[in-house]
Design a binder for this molecule. Sequence first.
Ligand code: MG
Length: 309
Amino acid sequence: MNRYGIDPLPGLPARVTVCEVGPRDGLQNEAEPVPTDVKAEFVERLVDAGHRVVETTGLVHPRWVPQLADAEDLLRRVERRPGVRYPVLVPNRRGLDRALDLGVEDIAVFGSATESFAKANLNRTVAESLEMFAPVVARARGAGMRVRGYLSMCWGDPWEGAVPLAQVVSVATRMLRLGCTELSLGDTIGVATPGRVAALLDALTAAGVTADRIAVHFHDTYGQALANTLVALRHGVTTVDASAGGLGGCPYAKSATGNLATEDLLWQLEGLGIHTGVDLGRLAETSAWLATRLGRPSPARTVRALTGT
Ligand code: MG
């Protein structure tokens, strides 16, 4: 616990759920294969630190993301504990078949707010990608799964620049209508600033999307992730994606670096007296441990400050 003092600010939630994305979104960008036993230990340590939502891997074709080629092996190794959710990225019907065989209970699908990124990442138009998700989401929901929808490029796209609010709202509402239980709004290249975050959340509210169905996924490329998070919390968002040790970015967008580090997020939330259930000290030790396995120091400032690495 933060020994430098805790002072709440008005208008913020009492509790926040952190969706820990380190094992999937973080590690998928590692150039060298990370051994499956290291990944399994990483997931176990994240849960030991108090995480209750850990995005574990993705059942995607290994040609697209070689680092996730061991997904099935990893899912068999990780002991799934009661009360903990282990979402798995599933791109299509084939991925869902594999997820069902493995007893996965939470999946995530990956969409784009822009045509350029849909083309680059999914090799489809936005409309075609939604057509591809529709049967996957319907079948997953029918099987009792939760389905998290990722929506990329919500605030900016490297090819298209600023993304019109109406366009993001349109894709977001379509993904929710398909049956996504939660929508994670991604600032995939980290260009959002606080007023832009407020504008999109206001536009979604006006379109009837309630904050309890929204998560935010900020990247710290321009140092804005925590400022943007605070704005989202003020808008009633209570699920925040973050990556232990600040692992990862996005392999398809050249300028995308730096998921928000979970430790930096926890430092802010603890100081505000917001409960997450995650032990910052244990998490920082986990990130320092993983950094030694990856052979380089953690890029997360709070990890370095707390562990002296
Ligand atoms: Mg990310």
